[in-house]
Design a protein around this ligand. Sequence first.
Ligand code: ADP
Ligand code: MG
Length: 538
Amino acid sequence: MNITPLDILNRYYGYTNFRKGQEDIINSIINNNDVLAIMPTGGGKSICYQIPAMVLEGITIVVSPLISLMKDQVDTLKVMGIEAEYINSSLSNSEYEKVLNNIKNDKCKILYVAPERLDSSDFLTVIYDKVVCQVAIDEAHCVSQWGHDFRVSYKKIPYFINNLRNRPIVTAFTATASDEVRKDIVEVLNLNNPKVFISGFDRENLSINIIKSPAKNKYLLDYVKNHENECGIIYASTRKEVENIHDGLLKRGYLVSKYHAGLSNETRKENQEKFINDDIKIMVATNAFGMGIDKPNIRWVIHYNMPQSIENYYQEIGRAGRDGEESECILLFAPQDVHTQKYLVEASIENPQRKIAKYTKLQQMVDLIYTSDCYRKCILDYFGETMEDECNNCSNCLNDGEVVDKTLDAMMVISCIARMKRSYGITMIVDVLRGSKNKKVLELEFDKLSTYGLMKKYSSEDLKNFINTLVSHGFLDIVENLGHRGTFPTIKLNEQSMRVIKKEIKVELKEAKASKSKYVENELYEELVSLRSNIARE
Ligand code: ADP
Ligand code: MG
């Protein structure tokens, strides 16, 4: 009798059930289809190409950029009794020879290869003589210039495949779901009529909390104090911010380390290992940290700043709770974060089209933050998956605030924008409505009397939040404009705005209950504040 994928899962891996999506993907591959599988970080992609490797005749080659993790993966497979090897720059000459010999003698079923090695002539001589049944490309978004981890060496993959004796099944795996990246993967890798799977995005054990508060330090310090025995990651958007948070926690005696692109390769590797081995509990990092990390017991992920996109956000929180246990994800948001992210886009991207694409992603992230809907539902919608169960695990659903009629306030904002002679950014609109004495505002040409200072009762932060909320609910539009110093966003009226003005529709928004303040003052907070201002002065 034939052994089924489920048998293999039980027997070799010791797991009882497949996770959502895994079995369909595996069956498609075994039935000779190219596959593009999009599954979140921690969703269980490896099994999807490893099980077919055991069923199909011939060798499966896994292309992966994660050299530091190959050895672990191969060792695990070997322990399970599967003939596996890897080829990357960490092998000595004699080890490399040994691997080549094993391939020659049909003693290798799964071979992990770093993409840089795909054109090494001695490897090619050996592999061209063999039947390769599957080429699995892990972290496949690395082929795309649109992705955040573009690798030139991934361009070698199609040449490598074309020169094999037979056309293998080509399978691609990634956690990145954007359309551009998806198209690039199919095109660059020449996938042949691939079956596309998007699954497993719902991680029920992760609670998703977005906290709009300027008192981030307080919150953070209070949180780590109350979770001292758990492992967690703090993501911040700049190296400097990482250093500040790290130093503040270290000074307080926490077991903490850091990771960002400004540290040497060795230091990064060392710090990562300390975290994986539980020698330290807290990792403070930029988004450079985490690809491919499979640490089961990460109990919380705190975003100290807003990430660049929903993909980035989901990938980063996906590192929590891989063991299936309840884990907490907390995004601390302040409107200033949007500016920081915009600054980072401006500083790092030249191409105007790519810039606009980045801004769109940023806006989608902002929309998520301001939504009063279920966060989980919005995220799943974004990835093209539908939510099956009720959510009782996100701060919007748990904190179900009152619905408040904000039509009047919305009308004030809309009529202000309507009376301005051309379109402006959010700051200018806020300044006009709050009656700012700013020279720029006083020089404006518009019908001042009717809306100038009309919304003084709002603080400028609250008013900004309110306008952003109107945008995220579709009552206003944000458009990106191309200027001589890059792109800038302005607010525009749309059909919905007109309907509000005509009193055809109401603006009803859910207001979060006044957040239960659980912060405690402590001396660490003061320390961190003074530390930060010192560094800022340097
Ligand atoms: P990804 O590559 O998608 O980030 P991995 O393949 O590294 O995820 O898998 C993440 C974790 O989930 C691993 O520890 C893996 O052993 C585990 N896992 C995968 N599939 C299952 C399953 N069906 N049942 C239980 N655990 C699983
Ligand atoms: Mg993986």
